[in-house]
Ligand binder design. Structure first.
Ligand SMILES: [Zn+2]
Length: 318
């Protein structure tokens, strides 16, 4: 009798251990505060994703690194996908120290990569080739643009990231006209026709160029979120929205990113997508502190509150 119980206990523990092992490790890296309240809320956004993933009941473990921090080597080595929600361009987290080399090692073994909003932008000569190869596309200055506009997503391609999505319309700072990879398998998950007003600014690194003007004039659909399968099988996802924190309150906006995090980790995406419910109180939690002189501003200048006037935001990065 005791023997039988011991055998049963060992079996139970073994299957428990196997279930733990089968769990996908999701690593979310949130950048430091940079904008006014309610915009570029990297910390609050990352914690919201973790809450949704923790409560989803799916076999995943989600680790969040806050405030511009960087994971330990062991955390990176254990990650099935790395999500970066942070300010990018010349201040991209991957451009500090030897982080690009660290991530390159993980990418080589098949780790996924998701970049959200400003994190899809990196200098063409410094990080451009890496993001292009790992994520299939990135914001290239003098080629891509960053206007605020209301995108109307009418349909979605057949892809696990589209699971459970329904047509939706939402105002965001939707960057578009990304530089895309020529090799690998690219799927345009979110695309919409950009209105003429998106071209109302003069040419500049983020505001306009002849190539994008022609594409908008022709009414071509503009991709703002894409899935990528690298030639070696690794996966990437880029999402250009995410300027306004309140947009994570939209079920579709949240679902497409949560689905993508799973997909890049090579986890199965439920047929109806990742289930999640959040309240308006949830959206008020973990917001970055009101800006003060004491805040570490070393990497970025203080920017105006974009909620007051969306046009200011477009102007602040030229
Ligand atoms: Zn923004």
């Amino acid at each position: 009798m005791i023997k039988k119980l011991v055998v049963l206990l060992v079996l139970a523990l073994t299957s428990l251990a196997q279930a733990e092992e089968a769990k996908k490790n999701l690593l979310i890296i949130a950048g430091r505060p940079s904008h006014g309240v309610g915009a570029h809320e990297h910390n609050a956004g990352a914690l919201l994703f973790k809450k949704c993933l923790d409560e989803s009941g799916l076999p995943v473990t989600t680790t969040v690194i806050l405030n511009g921090g960087w994971p330990e080597r062991e955390q990176l080595a254990a990650a099935d996908t790395v999500v970066i929600y942070a300010d990018g361009g010349p201040h991209h987290p991957l451009l500090q120290d030897d982080r690009m080399e660290q991530l390159a090692e993980e990418i080589k073994r098949g780790c996924g990569l998701v970049c959200i909003h400003y994190a899809v932008e990196i200098p063409k000569e410094n990080g451009g080739p890496e993001l292009l190869g790992w994520m299939g596309g990135y914001f290239e200055t003098h080629w891509s643009v960053n206007p605020h506009w209301t995108a109307d997503f009418k349909s979605f391609p057949k892809h696990p990231i589209s699971n459970g999505l329904t047509p939706y319309t939402i105002l965001d700072e939707w960057y578009f006209h990304m530089r895309f990879a020529e090799e690998g398998k690219l799927t345009h998950i979110l695309a919409a026709t950009a209105p003429e007003e998106t071209m109302s600014r003069r040419d500049g690194p983020h505001s306009g160029n002849p190539h994008v003007r022609q594409a908008v004039a022709e009414g071509l659909p503009q991709t703002v979120a894409w899935a990528f399968e690298r030639p070696d099988g690794g996966r990437g996802f880029g999402f250009t929205g995410g300027h306004f924190h309140k947009n994570w309150g939209d079920d579709n906006q949240r679902k497409v990113v949560l689905n993508a995090i799973l997909w890049t980790a090579k986890a199965e995406v439920p047929a109806e997508g990742v289930p999640s419910t959040i309240t308006s109180e949830d959206l008020e939690k973990n917001l970055d502190p009101v800006r003060s002189a004491e805040l570490d501003r070393s990497a970025k200048p203080v920017l105006p509150d974009h909620n007051a006037d969306p046009a200011i935001c477009a102007a602040c990065r030229g």
